[in-house]
Design a protein around this ligand. Sequence first.
Ligand code: HEC
Ligand code: HEC
Ligand code: HEC
Ligand code: HEC
Ligand code: HEC
Length: 244
Amino acid sequence: MARGIAGSGVLLAFLLLVAAPWGGIALAAEDGCAGCHDGLKSGAMAGRHADYRGSVHERAGVGCDSCHGGNPRAADKVDAHKGVMPAADKTSRIHFQNVPETCGACHKGQRRGFVTSRHYRELESTGQGPNCVTCHGSMATRVMGVDTIEQFCIVCHNPKRGIAPEKPWEAATALTLMDQADTLTRWAGEFAELAGKKPPPALDTARRELAAARTVWHTFDLEQVRAHARKASAAAVEAREALR
Ligand code: HEC
Ligand code: HEC
Ligand code: HEC
Ligand code: HEC
Ligand code: HEC
């Protein structure tokens, strides 16, 4: 009995392996892109989507075609690739200058802030500014925190290159203030709940200011980010005092 089950498992695995070069029968129904690309074992494009596996986007059901275009239901390469262009092609949705538009289709708030930034102007004019993918990774699997941001920004912003070398430190400070505001606001909210009291108006102010800090972040006007975060923290402390 047990041998019979094990035996059919081997047979199934064999069938999947044989089927893989044509698209992987198991996955093709929901996402032919991933199904076929998983089977690419050589060539420059093999494994290029490795970061996608287990990413926030995969878990949220954002398919390859959301960023690349194409037809995920087609099993044939030519049919599937209609509208899919290599990153180097200027008309590609993943060309570095088109990335803000592609990601911004879903992340509208971040895009709205970003297109007003100096980074966006540099990206569009000289190609020297970072885009969404520079900071978040191609499949967007990274969100920098206080511990990593300084080392990242310094790659471009350093005394040697002379591009605003104070920005990495300012960014770390701004993120620290945002984290602090986030913690204080959550504590005040939890305390009001545990005490069974009506949340004081200052708690609303704290939440609003924190949201404003997050919205302003992608404009990279760090002075404004800090100002909103400070107001959020002050309001959260006020809310906590009012709950005594
Ligand atoms: C049947 C197999 C197959 C399917 C289905 C498939 N691809 Fe590909 N893809 C390939 C191969 C092979 C390459 C390598 C270049 C080549 O041979 O054209 C490639 C290359 C690419 C590239 C690199 C740019 C280029 O054009 O060379 C991207 C991006 C890409 N595929 C995305 C997708 C997306 C998105 C889908 C689904 C909408 C998809 N692929 C479906 C096999 C497939
Ligand atoms: C959240 C958006 C997003 C999703 C989802 C996504 N990709 Fe990508 N992908 C990109 C971006 C942006 C690039 C170019 C990044 C770079 O230049 O490093 C890229 C690069 C690639 C490349 C190399 C293209 C080239 O011309 O060099 C391949 C192949 C690829 N992706 C395949 C896939 C496959 C297959 C899936 C699904 C399993 C997928 N991607 C899901 C955004 C995405
Ligand atoms: C089809 C819609 C869609 C597209 C296109 C898209 N995303 Fe997302 N993204 C989502 C969803 C859904 C989530 C998960 C839910 C959430 O947090 O909003 C997400 C989450 C994220 C996160 C949060 C990750 C985390 O760990 O918290 C980042 C950063 C992100 N996306 C960046 C990008 C970038 C960069 C691109 C372009 C390369 C992109 N997204 C393209 C829908 C999209
Ligand atoms: C110079 C680096 C940089 C660029 C460029 C950038 N981001 Fe971000 N992004 C960050 C950092 C750092 C955070 C975390 C800020 C915070 O804690 O709220 C973040 C937060 C996010 C989040 C929320 C994730 C979360 O869970 O808090 C999303 C979604 C996102 N970015 C998408 C984008 C998109 C889309 C673009 C392009 C239009 C973009 N980002 C451009 C650095 C960048
Ligand atoms: C790929 C290179 C690159 C990366 C990475 C980068 N920047 Fe920039 N940044 C630039 C360029 C280029 C400018 C325009 C500089 C100038 O004023 O001439 C700029 C400008 C800025 C400005 C506006 C300066 C001003 O005075 O108007 C701020 C703020 C900024 N960056 C913050 C950051 C932060 C924070 C990070 C890290 C999360 C970061 N940058 C990562 C290239 C980069």
